[in-house]
Design a protein around this ligand. Structure first.
Ligand code: SAM
Length: 261
């Protein structure tokens, strides 16, 4: 199997906010800070960072996906202290420039996360902070159990990720990777994303896995981890089940912070 590349769904990225979806970082931000957001996607969280450090702080949102960067530039052009840059976490060239370097939901898609963390460390000033938020997909859970066709698709999703070198327990590995990178004052915060029936944003947030099926189902089937028919069965059964039966979805997330000595 050739190594694949994943493209995140802009619908999912655009719904996120700093305050709701990167809370540990939100609490660390102050006016005047310089922040690098690695894997900024469409800039939804990054724009919140820019507002939090304004007026004198500056923010660079970096992503390898030109399509996401186009949306980010279109949507957030009014923020004077925010710029977007094309680049790869595996080959960052920044050197001691930022007070905080963050990556949210990005390292889960990188087969060599330790290289990315070392690059992020180099981009931060001495005494600066590295803040990484990520998933452990093996711990995600649904109440009640989802339809069998979705469970089968989810298993194929995990196997496809594993085959590409993308860690399905990224959140649980972060503290060790931070230690190996020589970061200090490491703190790990559980930040599970819980969606419950009755929440005002239940419909939008519970749509996530239907959107994932749409976004990567064909790629997973083409790579041979399930059939196209199985992707269709997962798609056809999942959304009606969410509407009629899903009570609670818990996505397992941690935010880990470490200091550059
Ligand atoms: C799931 S999205 C997260 C976006 C945003 N940080 C958020 O939390 O909503 C992951 C993003 O990381 C980017 N990405 C993945 N691998 C990358 C790499 N090696 N270098 C830079 N960006 C990368 C993807 O293009 C995508 O925009």
């Amino acid at each position: 199997m050739s190594v694949q590349r994943h493209r995140s769904d802009p619908r999912i990225l655009g719904r996120r906010t700093l305050e709701q979806d990167h809370r540990v970082l939100a609490a660390l931000l102050r006016p005047g800070l310089a922040v690098l957001d690695v894997g900024c996607g469409t800039g939804a969280i990054t724009s919140g960072i820019a507002r939090a450090v304004a007026p004198n702080g500056t923010v660079v949102g970096l992503d390898r996906d030109e399509g996401h960067l186009r949306i980010a530039r279109d949507h957030h052009s009014t923020l004077a202290n925010l710029t977007f840059a094309h680049g790869d976490a595996k080959s960052l060239t920044y050197d001691a420039q930022f007070d905080i370097v963050s990556a949210a939901r990005t390292l889960q898609w990188i087969a060599e996360p330790s290289d990315a963390i070392l690059n992020m460390k180099r981009a931060a000033r001495n005494g600066g902070l590295i803040v990484v938020l990520d998933y452990s997909h093996v711990r995600n859970r649904w109440l009640p159990d989802p339809p069998r066709a979705f469970v089968r698709f989810y298993q194929a999703f995990l196997t496809w990720r594993h085959a590409n070198g993308w860690d399905n327990e990224m959140a649980d590995r972060l503290s060790g990777l931070f230690r190996d990178a020589g970061l200090t004052d490491i703190e790990s915060h559980v930040q599970d994303e819980i969606v419950e029936r009755g929440d005002t944003d239940f419909a939008a947030r519970s749509a996530l896995w239907a959107e994932v099926i749409d976004n990567v189902g064909e790629q997973i089937a083409t790579a041979g981890f399930c059939t196209a028919a199985q992707v269709n069965e997962a798609r056809d059964s999942y959304s009606p089940w969410v509407t009629a039966e899903l009570l609670k979805q818990t996505l397992s997330i941690r935010t880990v912070t470490g200091r550059v000595p």
